[in-house]
Design a protein around this ligand. Structure first.
Ligand SMILES: Cc1cc2nc3c(=O)[nH]c(=O)nc-3n(C[C@H](O)[C@H](O)[C@H](O)COP(=O)(O)OP(=O)(O)OC[C@H]3O[C@@H](n4cnc5c(N)ncnc54)[C@H](O)[C@@H]3O)c2cc1C
Length: 409
């Protein structure tokens, strides 16, 4: 019987092991942690955004890095397949805004239990507290050096060790080292879906303040990269929240130097906004500017917006000039920030970069350099936006690798 080792009991590794075992192979997973799916536990703020109910084309639009590489894996195992697997284990799912699929219970632990059961029912064995130190190849197959278990021999190996983000969940980049040792190219890694550090220091004064219904536009080298309506928040070092994470994925290759523009009033054009300001000032005659514009934006932002507009906060509305009004309108429509860097990769939701897709067969996830060696999940150079797309990449590449590794040649 074919003996297969899967390194990593994340979503990619568990699905890979289940599919390989279903093909009749003898499959063992090794994970360094004391439990399976440690990162999964954190997903979707503890609720696990399992996948997205989008169609294939929409899926592709949500994958900025190497989407075409994933076509055949998605065709083999897609969103409705993982929903079947999870519901088949007694965990019903629901679809929320933006096609995001969650367990009805809102508990990521239910998803983990479903995946563990699915994997074990198909006959794969999950070994915990078992860090793989190295993988090498001999004439008799692959040898894994495993902490506390010594050397073990296998016919095939599936590397599903994840990326570099949230290292406390076990993903510290070991898979990249294994891949390199076999001669694979690992494209430069960088944080994606991550907070951004700004050159300006004023966001720190607003740390914790979140903005709803604003538009965030990112501009790089004079070109608009993206512009989206939604929520964001200020942090001690810059900006975060859904809009910022989404923008970070589009500038992940080179975040520094990107200009961010926050439109505080996306529903109003400049003329309408100016008229609205005039009305506010009329209603607040003789008041100081800092008090007169309180109704326009969160009070903590007032001093900053006035400063950015070059307006003395202590002056009264009576001496407010037309130029100052125009300047206030321009600022409210485009508060400027410059990205100094992305926050560290340890804080990112996902890793950009990884084992080069040029050296992996997209149908089987098998290495083009080393027969019998497979990759699955975040360790591969693919990543997506938020919405459940990243987990789907893990299951789909896992299913492809498992089927191929477990099948008879
Ligand atoms: C905070 C947070 C929230 C997220 N929310 C979502 C979400 O809601 N929806 C979504 O689609 N995506 C989400 N993601 C992304 C998603 O979690 C990842 O895309 C996914 O977990 C990748 O799966 P994986 O199996 O490739 O890697 P991982 O889940 O990282 O699993 C890799 C496993 O390999 C093990 N391992 C590593 N090295 C070794 C070794 N040498 N020996 C043995 N074991 C090893 C690790 O312990 C780990 O268990 C989120 C990520 C984060 C950080």
């Amino acid at each position: 019987m074919k003996r297969i080792a899967v390194i990593g009991a994340g979503p990619a590794g568990m699905i890979a092991a289940a599919f390989a075992a279903a093909e009749g192979a003898e499959v063992e997973i090794f994970d360094r942690n004391e439990k399976a799916g440690k990162k999964l536990y954190l997903t979707g703020k503890g609720r696990c955004n399992i996948t997205n109910d989008a169609g294939m084309e929409d899926f592709m639009r949500n994958i900025p890095r190497n989407p075409r590489f994933l076509y055949s894996a998605f065709r083999g195992f897609f969103n409705y397949d993982i929903i079947d697997v999870i519901e088949g284990q007694g965990v019903p799912t629901k679809v929320e805004r933006g096609g995001r699929v969650f367990p009805v219970s809102d508990k990521s632990s239910d998803v983990i239990r479903a995946l563990v059961r699915f994997t074990e029912e198909r006959g794969a064995v999950i070994n915990l507290d078992s860090r793989v130190r190295s993988v090498s190849r001999t004439k008799e197959g692959f040898v894994l050096e495993i902490s506390g278990r010594g050397d073990r021999r296998f016919d095939s190996v599936i590397i599903a060790t994840g990326g570099l983000s949230y290292p406390s969940t076990g993903s510290t980049g070991d898979g990249y080292a294994f891949a390199r040792a076999f001669g694979h190219t690992v494209t430069p890694t960088a944080p994606s879906l991550v907070s951004l550090v700004t050159a300006e220091k004023w966001p720190a004064e607003l740390a914790g303040l979140s903005l709803k219904n604003v538009t965030l536009t990112a501009v790089k080298n004079g070109k608009k990269v993206c512009s989206e309506l939604g929520e964001m928040l200020f942090t001690h070092t810059g900006v975060s929240g859904p809009l910022v994470l989404s923008a970070s994925a589009r500038i992940a290759d080179e975040p520094a130097g990107t200009k961010l523009l926050i439109d505080m009033k996306p529903a109003l054009d400049e003329q309408t906004l100016e008229a609205r300001i005039l009305r506010d000032l009329e209603a607040n005659r003789h008041k100081r500017m800092k008090n007169a514009i309180m109704g326009l934006l969160p009070s903590r932002m007032v001093p900053i917006v006035l400063e950015l507009s070059g307006i003395d906060p202590e002056k009264t509305t009576d001496s407010f000039t037309r130029e100052e009004r125009r300047s206030l309108v321009s600022t409210l429509k485009a508060i400027p920030l410059s990205v100094a860097a992305a926050a560290p990769i340890e804080e990112a939701v996902i890793t950009r970069g990884g084992v080069s897709v040029k050296e992996i067969d997209p149908k089987t996830m098998e290495s083009k350099l080393v027969p019998g060696l497979y990759f699955a999940g975040e360790v591969i150079d693919v990543d997506a936006f938020t919405g459940g797309f990243n987990l789907q990449i893990a299951y789909s590449t896992g299913a492809a690798a498992g089927r191929a590794a477990g099948g008879q040649e």
